[in-house]
Design a binder for this molecule. Structure first.
Ligand SMILES: *Cc1c(COP(=O)(O)O)cnc(C)c1O
Length: 481
């Protein structure tokens, strides 16, 4: 299947090549020229791995042997066999995406990406090593390291904002083992780290290097495509629970940062799944709320540090894919992205805004509201959620209250509450003294829910990667790897 760039200035490539390249040479993102015919009803049968296999075979048709790759990616790595269970909580379903090896939703995609990438390498007869370059606001880094460590023919380098991730997130990354990994803090915020990575891609373009660069961020279609599965899984779980009839529409509320997760939901809809509204939930960094309500994207504002750091983002890369999908106009997308780059803002044409609002609704939630939600959901419904999930819950409530839409609502839960123990303890009225490890233990005592093994075992592990560099030294760091 052929993929082309959202900006229209790069040659079309097959799906294996798109996964290998990550970002298109013109700076755009790869999208299928045409979405495949897809039997969505058939996709609802079988296990989560069967669903993944069907979706990935359809979208990445140049990568052979998908059943084997999917099995390798997921077998034995998640707490539950269905990978991403949906549990009923009050009036909503909560789609738990954090049951993987690093307790973050990114595990779903980053368990799969290494398999796709190494298979794509074989298809293309590439013998150079691939260097995965990743900027992380906390969760992607560890999930990528976990997916890629010791994968033959691949190396991985993760940059995270110094002081911009939680103690547990940092511990997860700096203790990473594996002979092919590098982890480094950057003085700056997540956007600085992400811009730094994009600049390295640009600087290395067309150069003869001992490795080929690729990305584990959701700009890579191989990262985005595996996320479509859990929308099908959740739909199937609602069917099995008798909450919906086949064909009935379901709304999803998605805690959003780079717009990858929610875009996967839109792709699920384009593949036929009966999805109603997609609710884009933000924290106090509410660029996307403003955009979806007004049509103007304006990143010229300070990046706020919040209790949901994985959503502290001003430039949501995957929005570009949505603009492309809704317009099919690569020249327009290239123009808007150019404006974002040079002026810091752009406004979409009125007809595009209308299309966006038909599919999406948006709301944001500050830390105080997230705390209120975590406290209330715990006290009234006995369910512990993390601050990211709380923003999704809050947006879902806002949407239902404003619209009166009575279609079933699924809130995506993107992180284990144990990854953000201070915020969660504060919200439920617990004592927050001590280290994050003490806090995790206390949270577990209060709630009776055990600390996920991967988090509990971090304490006392040796720190292997303690470097901190200036943001303008990232290229140099990579070239010296
Ligand atoms: C990455 C992340 C998000 C945002 O997902 P996007 O695909 O970037 O929109 C939300 N919550 C958590 C916990 C995350 O790690």
């Amino acid at each position: 299947m052929l993929y082309h760039s959202t900006r229209g200035q790069s040659p079309s490539v097959d799906s294996a090549e798109a996964v290998l390249q990550g970002l298109a040479p013109d700076g755009g993102l790869y999208m299928p020229e045409k979405l495949p015919e897809f039997d969505w009803k058939d996709c609802l049968t079988g296990s989560s791995m069967d669903m993944s296999t069907k979706i990935l075979s359809a979208l990445l048709s140049d990568i052979p042997d998908m059943p084997r790759l999917v099995k390798r990616a997921y077998t034995g790595k998640f707490e539950t066999e269905d990978l991403t269970p949906t549990v009923p909580v009050g009036d909503f379903g909560v789609l738990e995406l954090f049951r993987g090896p690093t307790s973050a939703f990114k595990d779903v995609a980053l368990s799969m990406l290494p398999q796709l990438l190494t298979a794509a390498k074989t298809v293309k007869g590439m013998d150079k090593d691939i260097l995965i370059l990743t900027a992380t606001s906390g969760d992607t880094g560890k999930a990528a390291l976990e997916g890629f460590h010791d994968v033959p023919g691949v190396r991985i380098c993760v940059f995270y904002p110094d002081g911009g991730v939680s103690q547990v997130q940092r511990a997860q990354m700096v203790t990473q083992e594996g002979g092919n990994v590098a982890v480094c803090a950057v003085r700056g915020n997540f956007d600085d780290a992400q811009t730094g990575v994009k600049n390295i891609f640009a600087a290395c373009q067309g150069k003869e290097l001992p490795f080929a660069l690729s990305s584990a961020n959701s700009i890579n279609i191989g990262r985005l495509a595996p996320q479509i599965m859990y929308y099908f899984r959740a739909y199937r779980d609602l069917l099995d629970a008798g909450k919906i009839q086949l064909g009935e529409e379901v709304n999803f509320s998605v805690p959003t940062g780079n717009f990858g997760d929610i875009l996967a939901g839109y792709l699920a809809k384009l593949l036929g799944l009966p999805v109603g509204k997609l609710i884009c939930a933000s924290n106090a960094n509410n660029v996307l709320t403003d955009f979806i309500r007004t049509g103007t994207y304006d990143r010229r504002r300070p990046l706020l540090k919040t209790a949901s750091p994985s959503m502290d983002i001003l430039v949501s890369s995957n929005l570009e894919r949505l603009l492309y999908l809704l317009s099919g106009d690569t020249a327009l997308v290239a123009k808007l992205m150019g404006q974002l780059n040079t002026e810091g803002s752009y406004t979409v044409p009125a007809e595009m805004l209308a299309k966006i609002q038909e599919q999406f609704w948006a709301a944001y939630c500050d830390d105080a509201r997230a705390a209120e939600v975590m406290g209330r959901v715990y006290k009234e419904l006995g369910y512990l959620c993390d601050p990211h999930t709380a923003s999704g819950w809050a947006a879902a409530e806002d949407y239902v209250n404003r619209s009166g839409d009575s279609r079933p609502m699924v809130v995506l839960s993107t992180a284990s509450p144990y990854k953000f123990p201070v915020a969660v303890l504060t919200a439920i009225g617990g004592d927050t003294s001590g280290s994050e490890f003490d806090q995790m233990a206390r949270l577990s005592e209060i709630t009776g829910v055990p600390v996920p093994k991967n988090l509990a075992s971090l304490q006392g592990k040796a720190e292997k990667h303690t470097g901190v560099i200036a943001k303008d030294k990232m290229l140099e760091y990579v070239l010296n790897l």
